[in-house]
Design a protein around this ligand. Structure first.
Ligand code: DC
Length: 225
C-alpha cells in the first residue's frame, strides 16, 4: 500500500464526492473506491438476512465475509451482492440510513478495513468516504474534505434521485441528511471530520467542473501524475 499513490475525498452525504472521485479516477486512470457503497451493500445484506441492526455478533461475520463484487461495465460500476445486481437498490435512502447506523459500530468498521485497503492498486487510488483520509488511508498523498450546506446537498440529492427514478420529497431528504450528518459526525469511532492535512473545499456555490478544477490543480501541483 505504501508505494501506491492515494487521493482521499471525505465529506458529508451529497457534497459531490462521488462526482469528483469519478472524474478524478477517470482522468488519472486510477482505481476508485466508493467506500459508502460497501457500507450500503452491508446494510442491504443485513436487511435481506433480517439481521437486527444492533446484532454485532451477526453483523461482524457478515461484514468480513461479504460476498460483493464491483464490476466495470461500459464506464459504470455494477455492484453485485450474493450474485444479485444491487447497483440501484443500494442507493435507496433507507439503505443509506441503515448503512450509517451500522457504520457506527466499531467492530463492523474494523471488519471492512482490509477490504477497503485492498483497493489500493497500481497506478493509484481515489478513495471516496467519511474516514478515508483520517483512518483507512491516513498516509494518503493528497486529502480533500468536500462539504456544502445541508440545503444545497438535499437539493442535489433530490435532482439525482429523481433522475434515477426514485420517488422522493425534498423536505424529507433535508431531514434525512441532517440526521445522517448527526450520526456520521457524532459517532465515537472514525467520525466524519476533515483530516488535519486535508484541503477543505466548500462546494455550496461551486459546480462540479469548478470543484474538479480546484482538486486537479492540487494533484498537478503535487506532481502526483
Ligand atoms: O457515502 P454514502 O452516502 O454512500 O455512505 C452511506 C453511509 O455509510 C454513510 O452515511 C456513513 C457510512 N460510511 C461510513 O461510515 N464510512 C465511509 N467511509 C463511507 C460511508
Amino acid at each position: 500500500m505504501q508505494n501506491i499513490p492515494v487521493i482521499t475525498v471525505d465529506g458529508p452525504s451529497g457534497a459531490g464526492k462521488g462526482t469528483l472521485c469519478l472524474k478524478l479516477s477517470s482522468t488519472l486512470r486510477w482505481h476508485l473506491l466508493d467506500s459508502g457503497a460497501i457500507y450500503r451493500v452491508l446494510a442491504l445484506a443485513a436487511l435481506h438476512h433480517d439481521i437486527p441492526l444492533d446484532d454485532v455478533n451477526a453483523l461482524v461475520p457478515l461484514a468480513s465475509g461479504l460476498d460483493v463484487s464491483f464490476e466495470s461495465v461500459n464506464g459504470t460500476t455494477k455492484i453485485v451482492l450474493e450474485g444479485e445486481d444491487v447497483t440501484f437498490d443500494i442507493r435507496n435512502e433507507n439503505v443509506g440510513a441503515v448503512a450509517s447506523t451500522i457504520a457506527a459500530i466499531p467492530p463492523v468498521r474494523e471488519a471492512l478495513l482490509r477490504r477497503q485497503r485492498s483497493f489500493a492498486m497500481s497506478p493509484g487510488l481515489v478513495a471516496d468516504g467519511r474516514d478515508m483520509g483520517t483512518v483507512v488511508f491516513d498516509n494518503a498523498d493528497l486529502k480533500f474534505y468536500l462539504t456544502a450546506s445541508a440545503e444545497v446537498r438535499a437539493e442535489r440529492r433530490f435532482i439525482e434521485l429523481k433522475e434515477k427514478g426514485h420517488d422522493v420529497k425534498i423536505s424529507r431528504l433535508l431531514t434525512d441528511i441532517k440526521a445522517r450528518d448527526d450520526r456520521d459526525i457524532n459517532r465515537s469511532n472514525a467520525p466524519l471530520k476533515a483530516a488535519d492535512d486535508a484541503i477543505i473545499i466548500d462546494s455550496s456555490t461551486l459546480d462540479a467542473v469548478q470543484v474538479f478544477d480546484i482538486a486537479m490543480k492540487e494533484v498537478l501541483d503535487r506532481r502526483l501524475v
